[in-house]
Design a protein around this ligand. Structure first.
Ligand code: SF4
Ligand code: SF4
Length: 278
């Protein structure tokens, strides 16, 4: 399946959903609840800074996250919510300099994260030939999302997220339905550690599937749908994913690839991958 070339305005918007940690006050390292078993340094309550977050908001152990096997830190991706909230919503204060604002900043971060995540999926949907008939509804929701994330922080805190999420889910379900009709093969959801090596999985529906530690090395994955799939430790070495759909940066960060893994446009090669994928 060939993706449609989307208007530059939408590819530019998608670029703004990439993380830019240099422009952020380390929000994910403070705002989120973390579990050691999920690959973070320690169990931590939401709102408490990680012990390794430096005063300049950088990670003190950034270069050793891989050797320490901190997979949660390596995989996390905020869809650009961190820099948006730091630079646009609270340009004057940060969570450390004004502790009264801390919890408000973290709440806004969680809301903007959800909005950016939905916007990413909507822009991805826009590039699918199967969603052509829904194009104008998808575009309206994207611009509504831009309007919402551009509101002042106080208004973001009082957004009717349920209503917007319902509208987005309705459209994405319609897209998924069209994709499922076109999908090939039996639809299952549990592929834990399954060996698919070199299989033809073109147009297979892996949406919401458990692909933890599954082996997709060398598979043919044209138009394969990975919407919401759990890809922690999935082997994608020597695999062409360039035309796979709904693959997010967080999924790729959590998977095991190498220099021969070909990624979809707009997804960056994780710095933690070595050339041979070891
Ligand atoms: S919240 Fe996002 S931009 Fe900020 S440090 Fe975390 S990943 Fe980077
Ligand atoms: S170890 Fe580093 S990246 Fe991970 S939560 Fe702590 S400061 Fe953030």
């Amino acid at each position: 399946m060939t993706k449609r070339i989307i208007d530059k305005r939408y590819s530019d918007l998608k670029d703004t959903l990439k993380i830019d940690c240099e422009q952020c006050s380390g929000l994910c390292c403070v705002a989120l609840y973390c579990m050691k078993t999920d690959g973070f340094p320690a169990n931590k309550e939401a709102g408490i800074p990680c012990q390794y977050l430096r005063p300049d908001f950088r990670c003190d152990i950034h270069t050793t996250l891989k050797s320490k096997n901190l997979r949660g830190c390596l995989a996390y991706d905020c869809f650009g919510a961190g820099q948006k909230v730091t630079q646009n919503c609270f340009p004057i204060v940060d969570w450390k300099s004004n502790s009264n604002h801390g919890s408000k900043i973290f709440q806004v971060f969680q809301i903007v994260f959800q909005l950016h995540q939905m916007e990413w999926y909507l822009i991805e949907a826009l590039s699918l030939p199967a969603a052509e008939a829904l194009e104008s509804d998808i575009k309206s929701l994207i611009w509504e999302n831009e309007r919402l994330t551009g509101l002042p922080a106080e208004e973001i805190l009082h957004l009717d997220m349920e209503s917007y999420r319902t509208d987005v889910n309705k459209i994405l379900k319609q897209v998924s339905h069209i994709m499922a009709v076109n999908a090939k093969g039996k639809i299952d959801r549990d592929y834990f550690a399954q060996n698919f090596k070199h299989a033809n999985l073109n147009h297979k529906d892996f949406s919401m599937a458990l692909l933890i530690a599954a082996d997709l090395e060398g598979c043919s994955l044209q138009g394969t749908n990975f919407l919401g799939a759990d890809m922690r430790d999935t082997n994608i070495k020597n695999t062409d994913l360039s035309t796979s759909i709904f693959l997010t940066q967080m999924q790729i960060n959590g998977a095991r690839g190498n220099s021969k893994t070909i990624l979809p446009a707009g997804i960056s090669r994780p710095a933690s991958w070595s050339a041979d994928g070891a």
